[in-house]
Ligand binder design. Structure first.
Ligand SMILES: [Zn+2]
Length: 684
């Protein structure tokens, strides 16, 4: 990876990793040399300052790049890596800040300025990934003195150069560069169109909010015309889909939600697919899916397709069983129902969990006020990994944003921002944004979590769904990966710079802790200070597996769609037809007419063909978690081993090796299969 992964959008959108000490990848015990600098955040009227900042930094980056390309006086590999590293640090700084501000800054002018800056630096990084001069320096470098990690890094750099087309004639390389630039621009527009397309629905009567929690009803009072206006922001949309009794309103809202990005993204997606296909053909791959999977654990689209079908088969029996239960429950509301609709599934699922498992989400959420959850996640991190999280006094880009430092033995080992509540123009999903990759002794890993959880103007009392608590911990897992892994010597292999189809695994494993009774009881308290009762936790755990098979199959629909769009010549793809066909093949729920999900499927840019990665990582996460199940969730020694073998090495080894180092064997499907096929436990 010559181009620092920070620059590739994939690393920026970790939307929504483990031990060996025989190499130089072990994190240094002391970070005394790393300075703690406040992140320079401009206020929301200073877009021009950002442009000037970008101009200046970009100018420096171009100069350093010219030096990198020039003749070298020797073929010393370490000196070359040092020079590249310095350049990566500068590029990372520009990309990290712009990449975040383009999606979260409150000022639209600032977002635009940051977006332009991000495009410029990305273009330079793309140019660097095809530089024959730099490739030549690496190819001729004397690597005889390099240790295992450095050698691995150099090999990866050379492979990445070849994959980028460095050996092709100049005209072809110029063309590739143009295509890559175009892809980057299209991708940004694709995401922006989703973020900024905040749609509204209007309800005529407060009766249509029946079923929703009181705080939601209070926060959505009728306007002067007597209308209740709901936006397609997650904090409005998901509770409504979970709880609103009004089936018609739910369907109308679902349709509006699945119109986000449409029609603007229709054409953009088509051009994005075409450009990526064109790139793959020039680089001599049959499709873009082949190109992008070559450096993943899964390696080929054929293996990805097999994986998707395999998982689908494993989930089928469980899904069929749960579907019957959902349909039976729906028939009690509508005796004529013959199938469960996509807009009905979550609502009915919640009803079943409440009635058959006595796990009422509305009873549950009283224990998850935002502030308590945040503190609970900090406490868990401190207890499990032996670090301390303290407030960090620094400038932020919005008053609701908070900043923290992570300390170990009194040394700061990383810093982060939490931007956790919705606002206009802000990125709508939940994601980890790597703002600065750590480099041992030189710079601290710095990241931001960008989420859309309840609260923001209420002093942190907003009540979260348990799923949101899970999401919080998941995203926090990426942040910890970036911090614990952010102490490599080289930025290119620092933090979460691991294979794309592995990067979700550590976070997915951490999700398990929000189902652990002692973890929950440490922070889940309601407004009166009452701790979440054991019996409720047990009921939540009993209900957890219900509908899991259905969800797994629906996820395989998304994975199949992401693969299909990139695994063929896109010129004749009919998006709606592709959705309909694949949804019918995989998902238990039918396609709903007049919806255009692909237009808001943001992963189609950042993840392209590899949406399967969530499930692939989950298989690995389940296997890794089985160690904690056996040894104890709060077993610090095991947590240390996990951190040292999986997180700390960052991208200094192949992911399969990291997992094997932790497990003492290659990973298997067993734990995942066991989890899916577990018997339905009914409370009654
Ligand atoms: Zn994730």
């Amino acid at each position: 990876m010559f181009k620092p992964r920070a620059i590739s959008t994939i690393a920026l959108f970790i939307i929504c990793s483990f031990f060996l000490s025989s190499c130089s990848s072990t994190p240094p015990q002391s970070q005394a040399a790393a300075k703690v600098e406040p992140w320079p955040i401009y206020d929301d009227t200073q877009a021009q300052e950002h442009i000037s900042w970008c101009e200046e930094k970009y100018g420096q980056a171009e100069k350093m790049y010219a030096v990198l390309e020039s003749e070298r006086s020797d073929n010393d590999a370490i000196a070359l890596l040092e020079d590249v590293n310095d350049w990566h640090m500068l590029v990372d700084e520009i990309a990290g800040k712009s990449g975040l501000f383009a999606y979260v800054h409150p000022n639209p002018e600032m977002r635009k300025a940051a977006q332009i800056c991000e495009q410029r630096i990305e273009a330079l990084a793309i140019r660097s990934s095809m530089s024959p001069a730099i490739y030549d320096h690496f190819d001729k470098a004397n690597t005889s003195q390099l240790g295992e990690v450095d050698l691995h890094y150099v090999r990866e750099i050379l492979e990445e150069f070849r994959r980028s087309g460095v050996n092709l004639p100049k005209e072809t390389r110029d063309k590739i560069q143009e295509i890559n630039k175009e892809i980057s621009k299209l991708g940004q527009s694709f995401i922006k169109n989703i973020s900024e397309d905040s749609r509204k629905i209007e309800l005529d009567s407060v009766k249509q909010l029946a079923g929703l929690p009181d705080d939601y009803i209070r926060a959505h009072a009728p306007d002067e015309n007597g209308k209740i206006v709901l936006s397609t922001d997650y904090s409005d949309y998901f509770p409504f889909m979970n709880y609103a009794h009004d089936d018609e309103a739910r369907l109308a809202y679902y349709k509006e939600f699945r119109l986000r990005g449409y029609p603007a993204n229709d054409e953009i997606l088509r051009r994005l697919l075409e450009k990526r296909h064109e790139l793959a053909k020039i680089l001599n791959y049959p499709t873009y899916a082949h190109l992008t999977m070559e450096d993943k654990m899964i390696e080929t689209p054929e293996r990805a397709a097999n994986f998707i079908n395999n998982i689908d088969e494993i989930a089928k029996a469980r899904a069929a069983n749960d579907y019957t239960i959902l349909l039976d429950r729906l028939k009690k509301i509508d005796p004529t129902a013959t199938k469960v609709g996509d807009w009905q599934k979550v609502y009915i699922e919640k009803l079943v969990k409440k009635e058959q498992f006595d796990a009422d989400p509305q009873e549950i959420r009283q224990y998850f006020a935002y502030n308590k959850v945040e503190q609970g996640i900090f406490d868990l991190t401190e207890n499990l990994f032996g670090v301390t999280i303290v407030p960090w006094r620094t400038e932020v880009w919005h008053p609701s944003v908070k900043a923290f430092k992570v300390l170990e033995n009194d040394n700061v080992i990383g810093q982060f921002y939490l931007d956790m509540h919705p606002r206009d123009g802000k990125y709508k999903h939940a994601a980890h944004f790597g703002m600065r990759h750590g480099v041992a002794g030189k710079q601290l890993p710095t990241a931001a979590l960008v989420c859309n959880f309840p609260g923001g103007n209420d002093g942190g009392t907003g009540l979260m769904e348990h799923e949101q608590v899970e999401t919080f911990l998941h995203e926090f897992g990426h942040l910890l990966h970036g911090i614990f892994g952010g102490h490599q010597r080289w930025l290119g292999i620092s933090g979460i710079a691991t294979e794309r189809d592995f990067v979700e695994a550590p976070s997915q494993m951490l999700e398990e802790w929000v189902w652990d009774p002692s973890t929950l009881k440490a922070f889940a308290k309601n407004a009166n200070g009452k701790v979440i009762p054991d019996s409720l936790i047990q009921r939540m755990r009993d209900s957890r597996g219900f509908a899991k098979g259905l969800n797994v199959r629906h996820q395989m629909y998304y994975a199949a769609l992401s693969l299909a769009l990139y695994n063929q010549d896109p010129s004749n793809i009919d998006f709606v037809d592709a959705m309909k066909t694949l949804q019918a093949r995989y998902s238990p729920y039918e396609y709903v007419d007049d919806t255009y999900f692909y237009a808001s499927f943001g992963h189609l840019y950042g993840y392209s063909a590899v949406y399967y990665t969530y499930m692939w990582s989950l298989v690995i996460a389940s296997d890794m978690f089985s160690e904690f199940e056996r040894e104890g969730l709060m077993n610090r020694e095991l947590a240390r081993r996990f951190r040292d073998t999986v997180l700390a090495p960052g991208g200094s080894k192949k992911a399969a090796t990291l997992v094997e180092d932790f497990l003492g064997r290659p990973f298997s499907f067993d734990a995942f299969e066991k989890m899916l096929s577990a018997d339905l436990k009914k409370a009654q």
